[in-house]
Structure formats: structure tokens, C-alpha cells
Design a protein around this ligand. Structure first.
Ligand code: B12
Length: 471
């Protein structure tokens, strides 16, 4: 039987700001690897690949604009703002491979391959427009192929995606096993490997990228906590960790076989039960003398960062460390059960003693929670700056199937059927205490304070255009 051919697409995105903060469609790469291992041929089109030859040609560049750790700027084109965003004084853009080039690539693929099925992934809920456009283009180009959709938007706005995306089937949550079963039923190709757990999965299919500056990896899925604003439980119901030696094998593979130094952790809860998980992983990385640079774009639990872990982080090569703190407000800290002032201060002290300068630590704060006042946010910003660290403001946006979502819909009249309004940059709740100008003012306070932390003003590190929330 001939190998069924599957086309996997990561669509381009529309947003106010987007930055390649070690962004890879990790879920799609896992699916690709599992499907390949089961005898399918994978054709891959990542519209967010900054090395895509058409994107480079458009910019008249030989290589993308990349910073020293592999992160960098996406190609963007300004587009008309959607009606809902007319009042927002910011530009709106499309990032990645433009639609006409997407079409051209799909045509080329049609000439070269007989595609049996198209698999489209989706990132943030408010990026759905690019997803729908990719599906419509795929439908025109491959009218006989079934189109499947999955990923973050498809999971969190599941019924909306079923109604509006144009896909034939929309999957919810993690899908390695369900998708394999589904496709094998459709194609008649027998499943070759039965996967019992996460350690059985092959490594994500990074070989589909001809050129790679970094890789993202996950040492665990899910999270043991259930924060009121977070929807992780919608993807994986429990908290599962991979075996440390398997994780190290993966790190070593990227580093030694693929010559990749920059690695970014996508875990929700990397430090949980550190004695049995992250510490043994890092000890092995050190023992094997791997020349890696680790990055954690997701906020880490400051409470769990002890002196030994701080030393391991520094020795194994962590270059980007972001701690979750959220707020200086004690009541809210108690309510969130996550971190308090002494946890943060202790974590910064441990990092400093281990050789990681305070001004290189970024601390996440949340801005715009229902009933939060601007003074709470400015107090939190000042406090973090006094401690000598940098601030990253994450603006709150409600996410379906979370406690905060229920409050937003019930008490603030937040429309439950508009994924566009879940955009992190628009501050969508009618919070009685915040104006749009407060929001902008707080961002400027954070940026100015962060600049003061730099030893040399020119080494800005992050700028506001990078990713909206950083400074
Ligand atoms: C890593 C991560 C990030 C990374 C980037 C990830 C990326 N590639 O874009 C960073 C740190 C940069 C990030 C940033 C943010 N994030 Co985030 N992030 C995550 C996290 C922890 C993991 C996502 C992931 O890669 N999972 C691993 C892979 C293996 O799983 P997966 O992608 O879901 O894929 C599986 C399935 O979905 C499915 N699947 C996927 N594709 C397809 C395709 C087909 C055809 C099929 C059948 C199935 C399928 O199968 C896959 C394998 O099992 C999730 C939480 C979570 N646990 O999901 C939050 C999450 C996605 N982020 C969230 C948020 C809020 C944010 C921020 C807005 C935070 C902020 N206020 O600044 C920013 C926004 C960034 C931006 N650019 O706009 C929210 C969702 C927000 C939304 N409205 O969509 C989540 C759900 C966490 C939460 N708080 O609830 N994030």
C-alpha cells in the first residue's frame, strides 16, 4: 500500500504585536512525528517559519532578523483593523508568510504530491482568522482531501470552530492517539505503534525544518495547580511528567545531532517536585557537558526555586529566567496560592548568589483583572524594580472554561462568542477602575523602570515592540 500523504499547516497570524519568542507549533510537530513513525508521509508548511525562502525573499534578506539566543522578528505587513478594534490606537498586522505566497506554496505542493488529508493547527484563540483562511485555501487547492483542525483555538473555542472554521473535523485537546486512530480508520493503514505514555512518543519532528535556530521542548504536560485564569486543564486533564533520562536524551539529540544551542521549555509547571524532575535533568545536562542555553518564556514558580536549583539553573546554562509573581496585593496573593513577596525575594537572592544577575530576571505581573485598580499594578511594578529585576506586564484576558471567564461573562457582559476579543493586547473587560490611558501609562512605567535596570542603556534586551508586554 502506498504511503498516505498528509499536509500539515501552521497558519500565519493577525495581531497587534507578535514576536518569535521561541515559538514553534510543538503540538503539530509531535503529531507529525507520531504519524511518520506509523508510516505516513508528511508534507509541512509552517507560515511562521522565519527561514521560509519566500519570506526571506520578500525582505531581501539571506537570513531572518534574529537575536543572540535565536528569538527574533517575524516578517509583518500592516492590515486594516477589524471593526471591533477601531478604537484602539495601535497598528494591526499580519505576521508570517502572506496569503498570496501561502497559495503559491499550496499550488506547488499540489503539483508535487497527491495529498490525502490536510491537518491544520491553531495557536492563540484570537489568531483564528489566519486559521480559517488557511483552511479555505486548502479547501480550494485540495478539494478531495479531508481537512482536520486542532490546537489551542480549536480546543478553547471548540463549538465556534466547528461552526465557522470550515474544517471537516475539529479535535479537542491533546491528540496524538485520537488522531492516529482517526486517520488509520480513514486510510486503512494499520497502527504500527501503541503508545502507552509520553515517554513512548518520538521527539517532535524538527527535521521538517531545513534550518533551525532553536527548539522548544516539554518535559511534562498539564499542571497540578488550577489557577482561576488558566485553561491548561482543557488540554491535558492531569499532570504528567516524562522520565528525566528521556528528556536529557532529547536535549542531547538537539544539541549534539542538530547543533542547536538554544532550547526553550514550554512546561506549565517546570519546577514542581524539582528533586525528582528538573534537578536530575539539569544534573545530567551538566554531567554530559552539553553546551546549551535554556530559556523559559513561561513564568516559573518562584516559591519552588531553592538555592540548589538556582545553582543548577546557572550551571546548566539558563539564560532567560522569568518568574511568576502577578501582584503585590496580599489578598490576591493568598487567593492565588501561588507566590508571595518573601518567595520572590528569596528566589532573586538564590539566583543572585548562584551568579544570575537580578536585572536579567524578568518578573511577570498581571494587569487588568476584574476589580483590580491601576494603583495595585503600579505598586507591583515599583516593588519589582526596587528588588532590581525587570517587569513584564501580562494583560489579563478571559479564557473560556476558566473561573475568570465565567465572571467575565456573567458580571461584565463579556461576549462568549467572540474569540477576537480574547486578544491579550486589548484589555477587553469593562473594568470600572481602569481606562485605556491607565493601561498605556502602566506600560510606560514598566518600560522606563526596566531601562534603568540596564547597566548599559543600549543593551535594552526587550523592547515594547518585541512582544507587547515586555519592556
Ligand atoms: C508554551 C505556551 C506559550 C508560549 C508560546 C507557545 C506557542 N507556540 O505559541 C509562550 C510562553 C510564548 C506563550 C505566550 C502566551 N500565552 Co501561552 N501557553 C503555552 C502553553 C503552556 C503550552 C502550549 C503548547 O505548546 N503545548 C504543547 C503542545 C504539545 O500541545 P498543543 O499545542 O496544545 O498541541 C496538542 C493539541 O492541541 C492537538 N493539536 C494541535 N494542533 C493540532 C492539529 C490537528 C489537525 C489536530 C487533530 C490536533 C492538534 O494535539 C497536540 C498534541 O497533543 C499553553 C497551556 C497549555 N498547557 O496548553 C499556554 C496557553 C496557550 N497560553 C495562553 C496565554 C494566555 C498566553 C499569553 C496571552 C499570556 C500573556 N498574557 O501574555 C501569551 C500570548 C503570546 C502571544 N504571542 O500572543 C493561554 C491561551 C490564551 C488564548 N486566548 O488562546 C494558554 C492556554 C494558557 C492559559 N493561561 O490558559 N504561551
Amino acid at each position: 500500500m502506498k504511503k498516505p500523504k498528509l499536509l500539515l499547516i501552521n497558519p500565519y497570524i493577525y495581531d497587534f504585536a507578535a514576536y518569535d519568542l521561541w515559538l514553534k507549533p510543538l503540538g503539530l510537530l509531535y503529531l507529525a512525528a507520531v504519524l511518520e513513525e506509523n508510516g505516513y508521509e508528511i508534507i509541512f508548511l509552517d507560515a511562521m517559519d522565519r527561514w521560509h525562502p519566500d519570506v526571506l525573499k520578500l525582505q531581501k534578506r539571506e537570513s531572518p532578523r534574529t537575536k543572540k539566543y535565536g528569538d527574533g522578528y517575524f516578517f509583518k505587513q500592516s492590515v486594516e483593523k477589524p471593526q471591533e478594534f477601531q478604537h484602539i490606537r495601535r497598528h494591526y498586522s499580519r505576521y508570517g508568510l502572506p496569503p498570496e505566497f501561502m497559495r503559491k506554496n499550496l499550488d506547488r505542493i499540489r503539483h508535487e504530491h497527491d495529498i490525502d488529508m490536510v491537518l491544520v493547527t491553531s495557536g492563540m484563540t484570537y489568531w483564528y482568522r489566519g486559521v480559517h483562511e488557511a483552511i479555505s485555501m486548502a479547501r480550494e487547492t485540495f478539494p478531495k482531501a479531508g481537512i482536520l483542525l486542532g490546537g489551542i483555538y480549536a480546543t478553547l473555542f471548540h463549538e465556534y470552530a466547528q461552526r465557522h472554521s470550515g474544517a471537516d473535523v475539529v479535535f479537542k485537546g491533546e491528540s496524538e492517539r485520537t488522531l492516529l486512530k482517526f486517520i488509520s480508520d480513514k486510510t486503512g493503514l494499520t497502527i504500527r505503534k501503541q503508545y502507552q505514555g509520553y515517554d513512548d512518543y518520538p521527539f517532535p519532528a524538527y527535521h521538517l525544518y531545513p534550518k533551525l535556530d532553536y527548539a522548544a521542548l516539554m518535559t511534562s504536560r498539564g499542571c497540578p495547580y488550577r489557577c482561576s485564569f488558566c485553561a491548561t486543564h482543557e488540554f491535558t486533564d492531569d499532570f504528567h511528567r516524562r522520565r528525566p533520562d528521556k528528556v536529557v536524551e532529547e536535549i542531547e539529540f538537539y544539541n549534539v545531532q542538530r547543533h542547536i544551542a538554544d532550547l526553550s521549555f514550554y512546561d506549565d509547571a517546570l519546577f514542581v517536585n524539582s528533586d525528582k524532575h528538573i534537578k536530575p535533568i539539569l544534573r545530567q545536562v551538566i554531567r554530559k557537558n552539553l553546551k546549551v542555553r535554556f530559556h523559559t518564556p513561561n513564568g516559573l514558580f518562584a516559591k519552588l526555586l531553592d538555592a540548589e536549583l538556582a545553582e543548577l539553573l546557572v550551571e546548566s546554562g539558563f539564560k532567560t529566567i522569568r518568574l511568576s509573581y502577578e501582584t503585590k496585593n496580599t489578598e490576591r496573593q493568598i487567593q492565588m496560592k501561588k507566590v508571595n513577596d518573601s518567595d520572590l525575594e528569596k528566589a532573586l537572592r538564590h539566583l543572585e548568589s548562584a551568579g544570575f544577575p537580578r536585572q536579567e530576571v524578568v518578573v511577570y505581573l498581571i494587569m487588568g483583572l476584574p476589580n483590580q485598580k491601576p494603583a495595585e499594578v503600579s505598586d507591583s511594578i515599583n516593588y519589582v524594580h526596587q528588588l532590581g529585576a525587570k517587569v513584564s506586564l501580562s494583560s489579563f484576558s478571559p479564557i473560556p472554561n476558566t473561573q475568570e471567564w465565567a465572571v467575565a461573562v456573567r458580571d461584565y457582559g463579556f461576549p462568549a462568542d467572540k474569540p477576537l476579543l480574547t486578544n491579550k493586547s486589548i484589555y477587553p473587560l469593562k473594568n470600572d477602575y481602569f481606562t485605556y490611558d491607565d493601561f498605556e501609562q502602566l506600560k510606560m512605567t514598566a518600560i522606563q523602570g526596566n531601562r534603568k535596570q540596564n547597566r548599559h542603556p543600549e543593551e535594552t534586551g526587550w523592547s515594547i515592540s518585541d512582544y507587547n508586554v515586555y519592556a
